[in-house]
Design a protein around this ligand. Structure first.
Ligand SMILES: Cc1cc2nc3c(=O)[nH]c(=O)nc-3n(C[C@H](O)[C@H](O)[C@H](O)COP(=O)(O)OP(=O)(O)OC[C@H]3O[C@@H](n4cnc5c(N)ncnc54)[C@H](O)[C@@H]3O)c2cc1C
Ligand code: SF4
Length: 332
């Protein structure tokens, strides 16, 4: 294993100073980074432990009814926070569908957003073809076993999917991520933070070198009464999504005023379906219209040899998630 040194940051400025050294990388819960290090996929020279930055573990209300979740809030704490459970049930559902209770106790918001793909060719350094791990080497999954890979937004360079459940819900809820460097802070909608592989599949997102995620802000939730997170996977727990859907509806007198759909497990980033709002606005919230949205959701899909099933699976998941969201009020 690659030798590395370890330093614990006492405050954000200290963390930013420490991470500016060559080969330095933050570690939060360590549930993804340590696996990558053990496999030789990530080889930092210096780990900067940020888990003592307790100010970044807070969850609190924002003026106007929104909420701020600190980057070090654990997935368990976030999912069980009464404000989140009451006002953002979609987020709580997504969080609780991920990993296991033990992992959620360690996993943090920042680390969950930044976790790397679960593509087997990426994790196994015995395979020499992986553009994400070794830029320019090719993509082993394209001609290989690509059952769990992308059907949307992929390309020749990489067909990996983003594995985070939480991020799918956060994008549906219009989350904005706050990033900080020694020069100051910036904010970016989470939907724009992730990127498609293009010619640089080794880069997952727009986090700059030396930047820290400090928090995610959610605006007041207008989808509170009618939302649902549906995750379809090989096992009932402790498995990543084959397909997931964050669905949210604003309904008045049985008529849809607005809608949100974001798919997970199908692309290099959470995959919003903006057509959902256009197709559903002014319609009755029923399955007939949901099927139209489902068709639109996978338009342009390019499945691989082993994952053609994902196209139909995604359509059915969209219909089911929307149907659950439409009746969610009665279920709460
Ligand atoms: C067996 C298993 C099953 C899992 N199942 C699921 C699942 O079903 N759904 C799901 O969504 N996830 C799942 N996960 C992933 C898990 O949720 C992530 O590993 C976890 O959220 C990562 O958070 P962490 O704090 O441990 O990050 P770390 O491993 O500490 O860090 C991950 C990356 O983020 C960077 N980082 C961390 N915090 C910051 C910050 N604040 N600013 C800048 N950079 C930062 C680190 O440098 C590193 O690059 C699973 C993991 C395992 C091991
Ligand atoms: S899909 Fe992406 S991560 Fe997987 S082998 Fe291809 S380039 Fe690597």
């Amino acid at each position: 294993m690659h030798n590395f040194s370890y330093a614990r940051a006492a405050d954000i400025d200290g963390a930013l100073r420490l991470v500016s050294q060559p080969g330095a990388q933050f570690i939060a819960g360590g549930t993804n980074l340590l696996d990558l290090m053990k496999g030789g996929v990530a080889n930092p020279d210096r780990l900067i432990d940020i888990t003592r930055l307790t100010a970044l573990a807070q969850i609190h209300e924002l003026p106007g009814g929104g909420i701020r979740i600190g980057a070090l809030a654990t997935n368990s704490d976030t999912a069980n926070q009464p404000l989140i459970r009451q006002r953002y049930p979609l987020l709580a559902q997504a969080l609780l569908s991920g990993a296991s209770p033990q992992l959620r106790n360690m996993a943090t918001l920042g680390g969950n957003i930044l976790q790397r793909t679960r593509c087997g060719y990426f994790y196994d350094t015995g395979f020499d073809r992986c553009n994400k791990r070794q830029p320019g080497s090719g993509c082993g999954a394209l001609q290989g076993f690509n059952r769990s890979h992308a059907i949307l937004g992929g390309g020749e360079s990489c067909i990996a999917v983003h594995p985070s459940d939480m991020s799918v819900a956060l994008v549906a809820l219009d989350a904005v991520v706050e990033l900080r460097t020694a020069r100051g802070a910036r904010r970016i909608p989470l939907a724009e933070f992730f990127r498609l592989p293009g010619d640089t599949p080794q880069i997952d997102n727009h986090l700059a070198r030396g930047e820290i995620i400090t928090a995610v802000d959610l605006p007041a939730n207008r989808w509170q009464e009618h939302s649902a997170y549906l995750k379809v996977r090989d096992r009932a727990s402790y498995a990543f999504a084959l397909v997931s859907v964050a669905a949210a509806l604003e309904i008045q007198d049985g008529i849809v005023q607005d809608a949100r759909i974001v798919l997970g497990g199908v692309a290099h980033k959470p995959w919003p379906v903006p057509e959902a709002a256009t197709l559903l606005r002014g319609q009755r919230a029923d399955a007939e219209h949901f099927r139209e949205v489902a068709e639109a959701a996978v338009r342009g899909a390019v499945p691989q040899k082993y994952n053609t099933f994902k196209v139909e699976l995604a359509k059915r998941a969209v219909v089911r998630a929307l149907s659950t969201a439409a009746s969610a009020e009665e279920m709460t």
